[in-house]
Write a protein that binds this ligand. Structure first.
Ligand code: SAM
Length: 293
């Protein structure tokens, strides 16, 4: 049973993101990916009443969870605003420049483990929804239904780097009427992946699930747009800190920083953090400092 007040998510690279945001007590900050509020609450602690934090998330459940769990802080600290929004539109939400912006990409553990939206290939009985934002019109199952075999294969290859994309897409379309749940899709993927390709340490569905999730939520498009608009929102010497979880995201971040003439170092979790929070294992953090106005 899911307890809606339970915390699932351990913030990743917390100390490193606070340090690299270089938080000034009177500064203005945006947390683009509120999640369960792990990063936001620590940013807030570093601000005085002249400073401010805007935290956004596109998932209404995340917003509701934080509003409930941090009710006292929200009542006490009028300089903390929470809003449901997509970070790609960040420039339309706030009309003043800020000192720092944080993006902690991907899914929260709450979405993965408790949202019942079929994000995880381990939750066999769930429907294939995968929308971070319930206002989106197409669920994962709609993508499987409405896209043709070739388009599906392209999605699996581009967004999941899946080597068996064409075989999987073909078998999905041949059996589409039988696919309703996570387990139905798992079964098809297992049948499509030849034994020679099967990695006994990794679940055969993981790349297809990543690809579908990225497609449903247009995650890469949002990231490109979000970075561009975040940069516009930054004051001189302002910072963008991005934590990504797979190579497709990191490539976009790296490319964007390069376009801005910034060589960014990669910061990764310590072994101690990985031991405490295995989910942090694939995290990569990059930091951009805006040199001009
Ligand atoms: C990894 S979690 C953030 C966890 C958070 N830092 C914490 O410590 O609790 C990522 C969050 O970003 C949200 N998200 C992903 N893409 C988004 C977007 N384009 N706009 C706004 N929120 C987004 C997801 O809904 C999810 O709640």
């Amino acid at each position: 049973m899911t307890n809606e007040n339970t915390k699932y998510h351990k913030p990743v690279l917390l100390k490193e993101s606070l340090e690299n945001l270089n938080i000034k007590p009177y500064g203005h900050y945006i947390d683009c990916t509120l999640g369960e509020g792990g990063h936001s609450i620590e940013i807030l602690k570093k601000l005085n009443e002249k400073g401010s934090l805007l935290s956004i998330d596109r998932d209404k459940d995340a917003i509701d969870f934080v509003k409930k769990n941090y009710k006292e802080e929200l009542e006490k600290q009028k300089n903390w605003t929470i809003k449901k929004a997509n970070f790609k539109n960040i420039n339309e939400i706030l009309n003043k420049k800020v000192d720092g912006i944080l993006m902690d990409l991907g899914l929260s553990s709450r979405q993965l483990e408790a949202s019942k939206r079929g994000f995880s290939y381990l939750e066999g009985s769930q429907d294939l929804d995968m929308r971070m934002d319930e206002e989106l019109s197409a669920k994962a199952i709609d993508i499987l239904n409405f896209y043709d075999e070739k388009t599906l294969a392209k999605i699996f290859k581009e967004f999941g780097e899946e080597r068996n994309a064409r075989r999987i897409a073909k078998l999905i379309k041949e059996n589409i009427t039988e696919i309703k749940t996570v387990q139905d899709l798992n079964n098809i993927i297992s049948r499509a992946v030849p034994a020679a390709f099967a990695d006994k340490y990794k679940h055969p569905s993981r790349r297809v699930f990543q690809a579908l999730r990225i497609a449903v939520n247009d995650e890469l498009g949002n990231l490109r747009e979000g970075l561009k608009n975040s940069f516009e929102m930054l004051k001189k010497d302002g910072r963008i800190v991005v934590i990504s979880f797979h190579s497709l995201e990191d490539r976009i971040v790296k490319q964007f920083f390069k376009e801005k003439g910034i060589k960014s170092e990669i910061i990764v979790p310590t072994q101690d953090e990985i031991n405490r929070n295995p989910r942090s294992r694939s995290a990569k953090m990059r930091v951009l400092i805006k040199k001009n106005k």
